[in-house]
Design a binder for this molecule. Structure first.
Ligand code: KG4
Ligand code: ZN
Length: 366
């Protein structure tokens, strides 16, 4: 916000030269800013219109989950094809839900990466086409930054600095968000992302895709003390994570049981796995929060909708006097509102992209 004011100050200086121009400029300055966000990095085709960076006018998400469930996971080629089929309708619905037309839009924000390259390209090419035809700036957004920005949707007062725990299907980070575009990574996973571990364990338990919500659901009926899945240890002091060891522990347990012909209590396995993973996450998060003297922790990404994580972290926040922010579940998983919000902050900074920009499946946060 401070940046926006600074920018306006600079513009105002130049305006004094000409009264007519001045009037036009002021009118433009007063105008609300509408950003269209487009997200196609994995298996959701999404579009959203956001006013002035914080007011959600529409959010449309067309999920492909049912299509991919048949295959037990996302099939990249199928995802791209589905995005192509859906994108027109999703964008048009986002505009009509917002009661706007293309000409009302000030900028087009789109996920450039990380994600599935074919899937990303559908959204990116579509956004480039719009940008060219409408002569409106293209705003190239990092998907992980988008997830972090989801915390702004329902917390209008939230401003950096704060700590963000990013827990999705592809990423696990503790990030210090120092400004709207300044990040410091405090810890990361050295192997599987937390959502990935959930999905793999769920698959081994014969649960449907995506596995995270399934484990969350059945764990409620299980005994979290039933099985000890030991956590990794590192030689050095670090808040980094490793989830592949816990995942392998579960797979070995399941193999052992099946070789002996013994019955498996899926709910106990799910609850014990979840306890091990979430305790690991929270211990490291608390350690990082103490190091940083953090007052706010905002959680982001698909796993942020996990009910056990939400309960345990809220308890921790209360005990430690740290404000904990969880987006509503619909804004934890992939959506275009978070992309439009990040796009807004790029727009007011003049951080626009050229039309020859490419999708980057491995785009990193910093
Ligand atoms: O952020 P997201 O929608 O996509 C990525 O950017 O990866 O996250 C999807 C991940 C999947 O691994 C899914 O299983 C997991 O989030 N997930 C959950 C829950 N809901 C979604 N994991 C645990 N508990 C949940 N309730
Ligand atoms: Zn995501």
């Amino acid at each position: 916000m401070i940046k926006e004011n600074d920018e306006n100050k600079n513009e105002n200086k130049n305006e004094n030269k000409n009264e007519n121009k001045n009037e036009n400029k002021n009118e433009k300055n007063k105008k609300d800013i509408y950003i269209l966000g487009i997200e196609t990095s994995c298996d959701e085709t999404a579009a959203s219109v956001v006013k002035n960076g914080r007011e959600v006018l529409s959010s449309v998400i067309s999920s492909q989950i049912v299509t991919h469930q048949k295959f037990g996971g996302v099939v990249p080629e199928v995802a791209s094809r589905k995005h192509i089929e859906n994108i027109d309708t999703v964008v048009e619905t986002a505009l009509s839900d917002a009661d706007l037309t293309f000409s009302d839009i000030d900028g087009i924000a789109v996920t450039g990466g990380p994600g599935l390259v074919g899937a990303l390209l559908v959204g990116l090419q579509y956004a480039k086409g719009l940008s060219f035809a409408l002569k409106k700036p293209l705003l190239y957004v990092n998907h992980i930054e988008g997830h972090i920005n989801a915390s702004f949707i329902e917390n209008k007062d939230l401003e950096p600095p704060f700590l963000s725990l990013v827990v999705s299907g592809g990423h696990t980070f503790i990030v210090s968000v120092e400004d709207y575009d300044v990040y410091r990574i405090l810890a990361r996973t050295r192997d599987d992302a937390v959502g990935e571990a959930y999905d793999k364990v769920a698959r081994a338990l014969g649960l449907k895709y995506p596995g995270g919500p399934e484990i969350d659901r059945i764990a409620k009926e299980g005994n979290e003390e039933a099985i000890k899945f030991t956590r990794p240890t590192f030689h050095e002091e670090t808040n980094d994570f490793s989830f592949s060891g816990i995942k392998s522990g579960v797979l070995n347990y399941l193999n052992g049981k099946s070789q002996k012909g013994e019955e498996i209590n899926k709910a106990d396995v799910a609850a014990s796995f979840q306890k091990s993973v979430i305790e690991n996450l929270l211990d490291n998060l608390l350690s990082a929060a103490k190091d940083e003297k953090a007052e706010i922790i905002a959680v982001a990404g698909g796993v942020a909708s996990n009910s056990y994580l939400r309960k345990k972290l809220n308890e921790l926040g209360e005990k430690e006097g740290i404000r904990i922010i969880f987006p509503s579940p619909v804004y934890c998983t992939d959506n275009a509102t978070m992309i439009a919000i990040r796009g807004y902050y790029k727009f007011i900074k003049g951080d626009t992209a050229e039309l020859n920009v490419n999708a980057d499946p491995n785009l990193s946060l910093i």
